[in-house]
Design a binder for this molecule. Structure first.
Ligand SMILES: [Fe+2]
Ligand SMILES: [Fe+2]
Length: 211
């Protein structure tokens, strides 16, 4: 492994004792925690899921007639635009979907996924401009839960059949290079979604447990 990927580094960095006293074990740990391109994409779906929970909370407040601050919603939609649409989905469109399209594998699914990216961008514009806000939020959350579930369970597993191990490694490195050029990388995007969750009082995981 020529370059230890940044997310792997973040994980090993929290284990300083192991790193200092057992260099060989550290190298093993680096290999164990290396994040491939598919796990990258799935973690990004996890981030999007957290935005969907924010949108759910705004929908709940709107339907209940409760007061809510539009500023955190604006931050969440901006994060979707910058990180999900301009990075995650762009990567899928440029590096993942063409693998299926050229080999005519899962063609119908990939066609729908591409179309849904465009629909998502349209809905995000409406959310940012507070146009048809309630239906736009509901359509967005409904579509993306189905969209990411299909990518996670059908598309990404099939990618392993279409790409060699080396090609997957190169794809992971490409994703990493692009991520480094972003104004907000994955870790900063996570911080942003956590701040928005906190603003709407849904920052604690325990809030989602049955009462
Ligand atoms: Fe997608
Ligand atoms: Fe995706």
């Amino acid at each position: 492994m020529a370059v230890m990927r940044r997310r792997a580094f973040l994980l090993t960095a929290v284990l300083p004792t192991v790193a200092a006293s057992h260099p060989s074990r550290t190298r093993q740990k680096e290999r164990d925690t290396e994040v491939g391109p598919v796990e990258d994409l799935m973690r990004e779906h996890g981030l999007l899921d957290r935005v969907l929970l924010v949108y759910d909370e705004v929908v709940r407040r709107m339907r209940a007639g409760e007061k809510w601050d539009p500023a955190p919603l604006q931050r969440a939609a901006t994060l979707v635009q910058e990180f999900v649409e301009s990075y995650h989905e762009k990567n899928e469109e440029q590096f993942v979907f063409p693998r299926f399209e050229t080999k005519e594998v899962l063609s119908e699914l990939v066609g729908t996924l591409r179309a849904q990216h465009q629909e998502g961008r349209r809905l995000t514009q409406q959310i940012l401009h507070q146009q048809r806000l309630l239906p736009s939020l509901e359509q967005f959350t409904r579509m993306y839960r189905a969209h990411t579930a299909r990518e996670d369970t059908l598309l990404f597993p099939a990618l392993y059949k279409l790409m060699t191990k080396r090609e997957l490694e190169q794809l992971g490195e490409r994703f990493e290079e692009i991520e480094h050029s972003l104004p907000r990388d994955f870790e900063k995007a996570l911080d942003e979604v956590a701040a928005v969750e906190k603003a709407y009082g849904i920052g604690d995981l325990s809030k989602f447990s049955p009462v």
